[in-house]
Design a protein around this ligand. Structure first.
Ligand code: MLT
Length: 310
């Protein structure tokens, strides 16, 4: 643990917020991008599965909620804790989910492309706008049913926000925690299964981690249960949805839109897919919150041996 003579060496694999790095004060910590024998690694999205993690590493701190870019089992066998920041970016993700629903319901990607295609110098611009905007008429979120699968910190915030926007919310989580159950708005109707949510919602938003039980949670067998024209939102992890099955459902005209926060090769350029470049947690506030939370956990472990949230 602590060694008064030598500062702790922390290898930083991604761009980490300055506010978080300030929690590892110079003198007691040496923080950098190339450190030979680090005591700890601070990481955001870098994939550590194929990395040769030095034997000197005593802890990993992930400035985010998910840990699937880290070989947690291998590290646990070595006695190395992996710290993460659940909830620290939940509000940022919630806000982007709301944006995702609006992008789909109001046909905003097509509308923006239409506006970009306009020639400001061309005569009759007003008329071009008036005639060209017709295909982008959409529908309102109020009164629609949103299905939320996964009622952790993000799922609960999404449910709250949707209710405030006048939506009905149907929620499902077989492993809901007592804290989450208490913080869930009373208006949320509970569904007994994923299928029940898929059958009854116009929008379905996924908020589960990627583990064996959730891989391809939405797949060829159950995507057809969704309402005609429904919108599927995946701001969790790529493997939670079987992309090929969803693309078939979009192509057949059954599914209305797929909004996801991963521009995977399979979904790129599909006219009914709205793909974002993993922006859910990319706000100043969320980056600060995550970095501060994990830097403090790391410090508490390295200096005092305390394990919080590993
Ligand atoms: C998360 O797991 O919270 C996100 O992947 C964070 C990030 O975008 O770095």
């Amino acid at each position: 643990m602590a060694n008064a003579a030598r500062p702790f060496q922390v290898l930083v694999l991604n761009q980490i917020s300055e506010l978080g790095l300030q929690r590892l004060p110079a003198g007691r910590y040496q923080v950098g991008k190339s450190i030979d024998a680090p005591d700890a690694v601070l990481v955001r999205s870098a994939d550590m599965h194929s990395m040769d993690i030095p034997a000197s590493v005593q802890a990993i701190a992930r400035a985010g909620a998910g840990t699937n870019n880290i070989p947690v089992k291998v590290l646990s066998a070595r006695g190395v804790p992996v710290f993460n920041a659940p909830g620290a970016n939940a509000n940022a993700v919630k806000e982007l989910v709301l944006a995702g629903m609006l992008l789909a319901a109001r046909n905003l990607p097509g509308a923006l492309r239409f506006v970009e295609s306009l020639d400001p110098a061309a005569p009759g611009l007003d008329e071009q706008v008036e005639n060209g905007k017709k295909p982008f008429a959409g529908f309102e979120l109020a009164g629609q049913t949103l299905g939320v699968i996964g009622l952790g910190k993000i799922g609960c915030l999404v449910a709250h926000a949707a209710i405030q926007m006048g939506m009905n919310v149907l929620g499902h989580d077989p492993e809901i925690t007592v804290d989450a159950a208490w913080s869930l708005p009373s208006q949320v109707r509970k569904a007994a299964s994923v299928s029940e949510v898929l059958r009854n919602a116009q929008f379905v938003s996924l908020h589960v981690p990627l583990v064996d039980a959730t891989r391809h949670m939405v797949n060829a067998d159950n995507v057809r249960l969704m309402k005609p024209g429904a919108v599927l939102l995946n701001f969790s992890r790529e493997g939670v949805v079987d992309d090929a099955a969803v693309l078939r459902a979009l192509d057949s005209g059954h599914l209305g839109r797929y909004v996801c926060d991963f521009p995977s090769a399979a979904v790129l350029r599909h006219p009914k897919v709205i793909a974002l470049p993993h922006l859910g947690a990319s706000t100043r506030e969320a980056e600060d919150n995550c970095a501060v939370m994990v830097a403090e956990q790391l410090r508490d472990y390295l200096e005092n041996g305390n394990i919080v949230n590993a």
